[in-house]
Design a protein around this ligand. Sequence first.
Ligand code: GLA
Length: 684
Amino acid sequence: MTANDTTSRDGRDERAARLLAGRIRYGGDYNPEQWPREVWREDVRLMVEAGVNLATVGVFSWAQLEPEEGRYDFDWLKEVLDLLGEAGIGVDLSTPTASPPPWLATRYPETLPVDAQGNRYHHGSRQHFCVHSPVYLRAALRIVEKLVEEVGGHEAIELWHVHNEYACHVPYCYCDETARAFRSWLEKRYGSLDALNDAWGTAFWSQRYASFAEVIPPRMTPTFANPGQELDFHRFSSDAFLDEMCAERAILRAARPDLAVTTNFMGAFKPLDYFTWARELDVVSTDNYQDPGDPDAPMRSALHYDLVRSLDKSAPWIVMEQSSSRVNWRAHNAAKLPGAMRAYSYQAVARGADGVLFFQWRASRAGAEKFHSAMVSHAGEASPVFAEVSGLGQELARLGSLYGARVEASVALLASWPNWWAMEALAKPANDLTMVDQVEWMYRPLYQRGVTVDVCRPDEPLGAYDVLLVPSLYLLTEAEGANVVAHVEAGGTAVISFWSGIVDERDQVYLGPYGGPIRALFGCDVLEVAPLPAGEGLRLDWADGTSSTAGFWLDVARATDGQVLASVADGPWAGRPAVVESRRGAGRVVYVATRLDDAGLARVYDRVPALAPEPGVTAAGPGVERVVRRSASASFEILVNHSGEQRTVPVAPGGLELTTDRATGDSLVLGPRGVAVVRRDASR
Ligand code: GLA
């Protein structure tokens, strides 16, 4: 088992720097196997024109590389690598294991995954494999070995891309192989059946196991499955995919220890604990497909990038995939407006990305993604999309000095995958309470204020942050809770929302007033929780004489030593505390017992200096975001205007705007969806 192998981090900085230092990587998924050879030369010509310096090759090429079991054809791939290499275009070479060829499924149907109802998936699409199947694993590792043997030494290769979007369509398999693997994972985790029974609380509903052989994945049941079993199944499934990734990585690394390894994440993707995954990569990468028709898309995209940047704070990251315009997999696929693709690309760079790539280079003629936008559309060079794509490629080439410039953030939003899994398991007071809703509720106003936020595991070192945001950390271990308490006592501020500190890592409730290891921070005793009837709100009276509204939920609390900043104004809960502030050690806590409206949350944030609105962003008007990246030699102020109107942003004079190469005065005018990157040397 190679997961969590700390030696994998040795040499990581060097590998990452070899790939990224000195230039923003730019390009996309390149699938030459879908095209005749004549098109390849045209592709390379256009790539050079568009400033492409990295092409992801081979993602779905298993059936071309191994058309029959044990018969290989690498000639076409060698030719493609030669062509790209001769043109100076680096290759991000992918292992093809995300889509096994039809022969594997036909000859070995046991490699196909099974759903919770017992239905087996079929081939004919992609991602049709069970990660626990020894036959799949053997075949997958064999093709990776062959890939390395045949082309691994090719000079054009600059990055290894393992698999593609692990767990994307089939995050869970419930087959007998899975059951076997789950049992041995549980035996390792718990050591004994008694410990397992205890952790899962199997005294409930006569679920006590008399032998590990009786334990199964959480397959279809008459009603709620055991929540402990479900939580462990999430952990186990995330670990199993990670083990497979590490097994592929070991082969790649043995052959080319000089090359960085990545696999493409999907931002806030629930099935995989990316905090754990990111530690295993040299470069983190992500695929981001916001809906251009969603008015919240800029905020959601920013949050996506803040999360990805934060997964491993010592690893660089790139956007592996975004769309040049539409996708094709929503019910209605809004196109990106002219300029939007550029604006979103700069948003990624602002939030720390050292590369911006697309799915895909050339739009397919056939297959399920032929109407997904690409860098080269069906209309070819004549498409306005190609003009945008090549304009951006030329422009990004000027931003090489950004490498190593880190995004500044003094606010940490705490999140964990085990919490996500546990809080969204069914049979809760409010099954419509989602992790993403809670996170966005706390994050949105800060995005609008221009306050940059890192996302942190509750157990990681938090000393660099002034403020912790705790959006419903329902599952909080004793150690995580102690970390939050220590941060506050040392002088930090924490804003903690309702439904935090409810259960331990086994999903078992901390008894007494709610809050478990962070209860002592609240300044009130949470005695009951009261989800509010749909559509019913609360009126809150603030101690300063103002009022606001809230909804969705109320902790039924009793103030202890905290100062009540707001309480319920009327109705059955009149007088109950809604916002409570407390001093703890050298720090401060604001406990928020309900979902405050925008005005209420603003009132909380206004009390915390690190959450104050960034004056430039406020003056510019809605739709403008600003992030600062800083290196030892320079700072980079990056501004993106997502709105369709011109915006004027006040800036400190004396910078150089890099996209135009012009010195800046005391303000910058950003056109609709315009951007600016202002460099200031550290001595200035
Ligand atoms: C994912 C996949 C790509 C492609 C795109 C379409 O990101 O990795 O292969 O299917 O989605 O948006």
